[in-house]
Design a protein around this ligand. Structure first.
Ligand code: A3P
Length: 315
C-alpha cells in the first residue's frame, strides 16, 4: 500500500466514523458528506478524485442524479462524438451497453477504458460542489428529470440491488426518505441546483438538459449537444439525416430490444454488477402516476417549488 493509499484510507475511516449517517435504502447506511448523502465506497471515490484524478482540458463529463436518463445521454453523447468511427448497420452500441464505453467516475477506476473516445468521456453522479476543480474546468453536460419519476425509477432499481442484510424498502419508506433528502446523492433539489447555478455562471462550460424536453424534441437536443461538444452537424450530415439516425439508434425502444441489452450485464466494481436490461425499465414521462397518490405528488411538488424558488429553474 502506498503512502497516498494509506492516507486516503485513514481519512475515509475517520470520516465514516464521524459524519452523520442515515437510512441507506439498499445498503445499511448513507453518510452525509458535505451536504450530500453518499454510500461509503462513493465517499472514498470522491476523496480519490480530489487527490489523484487527472483530467485533460478536452475531457467531456456527463453528470446526473441517479435515474435521470444517464444511460440515454451516454448513448447520445457517445454516438455524436464517435460518429465518424461507426456505420449505423454495425455500430458499437448495437453490440455493447452504453455504459461500457463511458467510464463512471464514482465507483470504478475511471481511467480504465477512458481512451475509448477522443475527447475522453466520463460520467458521474456527484453534485457540482463535490467535483474537483480539474473537472469543473472542463465541459460538462447535466441532465435532470421530474423528481417524482426519479423516485419511482430509483426505488425499483435499488430494491434489485440490496445488500444481503438489508430488507426491501417499501415505496412509502422510500418516499419519506426522498422527501427528507436522504437518498443516494440527495437531496435531489441540492443536486439539481448545484448544476443549475453553475450553468448560469458558466453557460459555455455546462449544458443543462431536461429529460422531458429531450423526450419531446430529441433532434433539437441532439443538435444542442453536438454544438456544445464542439462537433456541430455539418450541412451534409444534416442532409443525410444523421441527427435522426442517432436519435433512432439511441431511442429507448431500439436500445432496449437489442440482444446485448436483454442478456448482458455490466460489472461496475467487484461487488456491483447490473444486468443491462435494468437500465431500460419503462422510459416514460409520468410513470409516477402509477405509484404516487395525489398527496404524495403534492408533497414532492411543494418541496421542489420551495427549494427551487427564486432560482429560475422549474422542474
Ligand atoms: P424508468 O425507470 O422510469 O423507466 P439512468 O440511466 O440515469 O439510470 O436512468 C434510468 C431511466 O432512464 C429509466 O427510467 C430508464 O428506463 C430510462 N431510459 C433508459 N434509456 C432510455 C432511453 N434511451 N430513452 C429514454 N429513457 C431511457
Amino acid at each position: 500500500q502506498s503512502k497516498e493509499d494509506e492516507d486516503l484510507n485513514n481519512k475515509h475511516k475517520h470520516l465514516i466514523a464521524t459524519i452523520p449517517r442515515g437510512n441507506g435504502w439498499n445498503i445499511q447506511h448513507l453518510y452525509n458528506y458535505n451536504g450530500f448523502w453518499l454510500a461509503p465506497v462513493i465517499i472514498k471515490s470522491n476523496l480519490f478524485l480530489h487527490t489523484s484524478f487527472k483530467s485533460k482540458p478536452t475531457d467531456i463529463y456527463l453528470a446526473s442524479f441517479m435515474k435521470s436518463g444517464t444511460t440515454w445521454l451516454k448513448a447520445l453523447m457517445f454516438s455524436i462524438i464517435n460518429r465518424d468511427r461507426y456505420t449505423f448497420s454495425d455500430h458499437y452500441l448495437l453490440h455493447h451497453n452504453p455504459q461500457s464505453a463511458f467510464p463512471f467516475l464514482d465507483i470504478c477506476d475511471p481511467v480504465t477504458n477512458s481512451e475509448f473516445s477522443r475527447p475522453r468521456l466520463f460520467s458521474t453522479h456527484f453534485p457540482h460542489t463535490l467535483l474537483p476543480p480539474c473537472i469543473t474546468s472542463c465541459k460538462l453536460v447535466y441532465v435532470c428529470r421530474d423528481p417524482k419519476d426519479v423516485l419511482v425509477s430509483k426505488w425499483h432499481f435499488l430494491n434489485k440491488h440490496r445488500s444481503e442484510n438489508v430488507p426491501p424498502l417499501s415505496l412509502h419508506e422510500a418516499f419519506e426518505l426522498f422527501c427528507e433528502g436522504v437518498s443516494h446523492y440527495g437531496p435531489v433539489w441540492e443536486h439539481v441546483l448545484s448544476y443549475w447555478k453553475a450553468s448560469l455562471e458558466s453557460p459555455e462550460k455546462i449544458l443543462f438538459l431536461k429529460y422531458e424536453e429531450m423526450m419531446k424534441q430529441p433532434a433539437v437536443e441532439v443538435r444542442k449537444l453536438a454544438a456544445f461538444m464542439v462537433k456541430p452537424f455539418t450541412d451534409e450530415e444534416e442532409e443525410e439525416g444523421l441527427v435522426e439516425k442517432i436519435v433512432k439508434l439511441c431511442s429507448f425502444e431500439n436500445l432496449r430490444n437489442l440482444e446485448v441489452n436483454k442478456k448482458g450485464a455490466e460489472q461496475f466494481s467487484t461487488v456491483v454488477k447490473v444486468e443491462n436490461h435494468e437500465f431500460f425499465r419503462k422510459g416514460e414521462i409520468g410513470d409516477w402516476k402509477n405509484y404516487l397518490s395525489v398527496e404524495m405528488k403534492e408533497r414532492i411538488d411543494g418541496i421542489m417549488n420551495d427549494k427551487l424558488n427564486g432560482s429560475g429553474l422549474v422542474l
